[in-house]
Design a protein around this ligand. Sequence first.
Ligand code: TXA
Ligand code: MG
Length: 319
Amino acid sequence: MSIVSTDISKAVQLLNNEELVAIPTETVYGLAGNIFSEKAVKAIFKTKQRPFFNPLIVHITSADKLDEIVRYVPEKAKLLAEAFWPGPLTLVLPKNNNIPKLITAGKDTVAVRVPNHPKTLELLNRLDFPLAAPSANPFGSISPTTAEHVEGYFKDHIKMVLDGGACQRGIESTIIGFENDEPTLYRLGSTSVEAIEEVIGAVEIKNKKDIAPDAPGMLDRHYAPQTKTILVDSISENISNHEGKRIGVLAYQDCIDDERITFQIVLSQSKSLLEAASKLYDALHQLDKQHLDIIIAERLPDVDLGKSINDRLQRATVR
Ligand code: TXA
Ligand code: MG
């Protein structure tokens, strides 16, 4: 029997029983559990095979609930919450004492966001605890943007995926922390740096592996297909390097006319970065199923969401 269901009451019941439920958000599906249940939180780490040093994001219904989670909210964090919540922005703030150490990997900060998905907001409203939810994929693999992706990963491990359709934004939330009240970007994501800077001015970007201890999820290899993947500026110039192989192509706007290509996906014919982001992970999932020898991905323009997409493609190439 399929674990995919639209029954919110059943999700409420499972979560109240300290079980896990995969939930839809606007970014990617999350593997959710009660933040105050040690059993549920340990099951999240175990199911994902995620190392305990990698902290989880806490999901709440609105900024009004922030006081229950964090000790202190810098002025710029307030502005960001006002501008972007509910939405794909995660704030890393000093944690309250009641937030279990397991959630934060022992750090004294906690990552928190308000997801923008009607089903999950309704679910959160019917629970009397926030949900910890990392992306619902095994550690290091491609994040899920449909209920079926999650089912493919975890049908033998969890009882339910709450079906909320395909995720509209398609890549994870942008993560911002504060050092001496000044914002630092830990992870590029579905809220662009440009949009953030319009609200709070210049933001320092620490999205490289040298900050791994600060944002441990930013390990180099991440979001990665099983198939060897390369990222190039020009696909057509690269195809001859892989002659005789089963070649898959992930193009931004233009379909490449070349009979040596076995399987090809174009992310956005209308050249929309928003559309490209929403289709990125599903495209990688599809490409990974074609028994290809290599996936050649095209680098996108390095602006707005293009930066976030390029970041994910870059991590998909690390072996
Ligand atoms: O869009 C998203 O953010 C999705 C959906 C489900 O909400 N969640 C998600 O979670 O991407 P996850 O666990 O795959 O990534 C969480 C990231 C990790 O890179 C982790 O290191 C970082 O958040 N993080 C969590 N707590 C942190 C903290 N206290 N300080 C710095 N980074 C933190
Ligand atoms: Mg993840």
